[in-house]
Design a protein. Structure first.
Length: 384
């Protein structure tokens, strides 16, 4: 390992294990990191040093016939995309931010993007993991095949645990075949609440199977150069006949305009540096009310909604937070501060009645895999 200003860079899973064991002996805590692009997510971590797995990178095994690929945790998402594209395959996992983000961080934080509409979150893509726990043990969970044995799913447990249970060193992922046609379109949306609700219902019942559907507020539509009004952005993919039929069905709802395929990359990278990002969620049928409450309170900020998942994300600044949370307009437990550095650290998001139960369960799980609490202490708030 190489030590640079308090950072340790691991090149092998064995080095990760030895560093964790060394930290246990020294009674020191560790901040787990990849390329560092999501270090402003979560709560402050109280740690003596950073253990980065960015150097633990590369493809371990790729079996195109099985649509599986095994990579080390520090492998960038773009590297996986390039390798799979040579076999007309892809990993439909597109978290917000740069494609230089690592797969380990994506899995650890459970980050996802617009493609979750059709393909789900990281838990739906990860088949197996190798993890160094807080006790210094190297575990292999899951497998390299799509079919898995019955039992407690440790792969899903580690996915989205924010590095508090173990350091991910390797992941086996499920790939998909690249679609023959991949097209994107925009639809203008009426700002009248009743009309908007009717349009969203019509979109939900239309004979289409989109890969992604996002509702953009005027500021975000202008930022992406797709208009100056509230806009729906739709991604249609599949074979030529299927996409043509879906495009025709979409055109019966409203005027559709083609969008540049690169718009999705621009969309995922739209967050300014040091932005405060807050995610709200309700049932998709209640999205209209959630959307209107959010846009009324984020003046000038970027707001979008994942229509099929009932999620609204507000990309704003610390100064706008008081306006955004001036009154309790969302259900307790339905708001999450995704990222925001020092701004996010000062925020308190009300929890629902089941939060205490979840905290007790999380504490018991934590005590199994990291009883000394040396891995990312504090990143999930008081639940440790």
């Amino acid at each position: 390992m190489s030590l640079q200003t308090g950072h340790l860079h691991a090149y092998t899973a064995t080095e990760v294990r030895e560093e964790v064991r060394s930290a246990l002996r020294r009674d020191e805590s560790i901040r787990v990191a990849g390329n560092g692009t999501w270090l402003d997510a979560g709560r402050p971590v109280r740690a003596e040093r950073v253990l980065s797995v960015d150097a633990l990178a590369g493809v371990v095994n790729y079996v195109p016939g099985d649509f599986t690929i095994t990579v080390r945790a520090g492998t960038e998402l773009q590297v996986i995309a390039d390798a799979a594209a040579k076999e007309r395959q892809w990993l439909p996992l597109d978290p917000f931010g740069s494609r230089t983000g690592t797969v380990g961080a994506t899995i650890a934080t459970g980050s996802f993007g617009p493609l979750a509409h059709a393909f789900g979150t990281p838990r739906d893509h990860v088949l197996g993991l190798r993890v160094v726990t807080g006790t210094g043990n190297l575990l292999t969970v899951g497998g390299r095949v799509v079919k898995n044995v019955a039992g407690f799913d440790l792969t899903r447990l580690f996915t989205g645990s924010w590095g508090t249970l173990g350091v991910i060193t390797e992941a086996t992922l499920r790939l998909r075949a690249l679609p023959e046609v991949d097209e994107s379109y925009t639809l203008a949306v009426d700002s009248d609440p009743q009309v908007l609700d009717a349009q969203l219902r019509a979109l939900a019942t239309a004979p289409i199977t989109p890969y992604a559907v996002e509702l953009l507020n005027p500021a975000l539509a202008k930022h992406l150069d797709v208009g100056i009004d509230t806009t729906i952005l739709v991604r249609l993919s599949g074979n030529a006949e299927s996409v043509r039929a879906q495009r025709n069905a979409l055109s019966r709802l409203n005027t559709v305009r083609p969008a540049n395929p690169g718009i999705w990359s621009a969309f995922r990278a739209c967050e300014p540096a040091r932005a405060l990002v807050v995610r709200f969620a309700r049932r998709p049928s209640h999205l209209g009310d959630l959307w209107r409450n959010a846009i009324r309170r984020v003046a000038g900020g970027l707001v979008h909604a994942s229509v099929g998942r009932g999620i609204v994300r507000c990309i704003t600044s610390d100064a706008d937070w008081s306006e955004l949370t001036g009154e309790m307009w969302w259900a307790p437990g339905s708001a999450i501060v995704e990222r925001g550095g020092e701004a996010a650290h000062r925020l308190t998001v009300p929890q629902d009645a089941s939060a205490a139960v979840r905290a007790r369960i999380s504490e018991r799980v934590k005590n199994v895999f990291d009883p000394s609490n040396i891995l990312n202490p504090g990143i999930m708030g008081d639940v440790q």
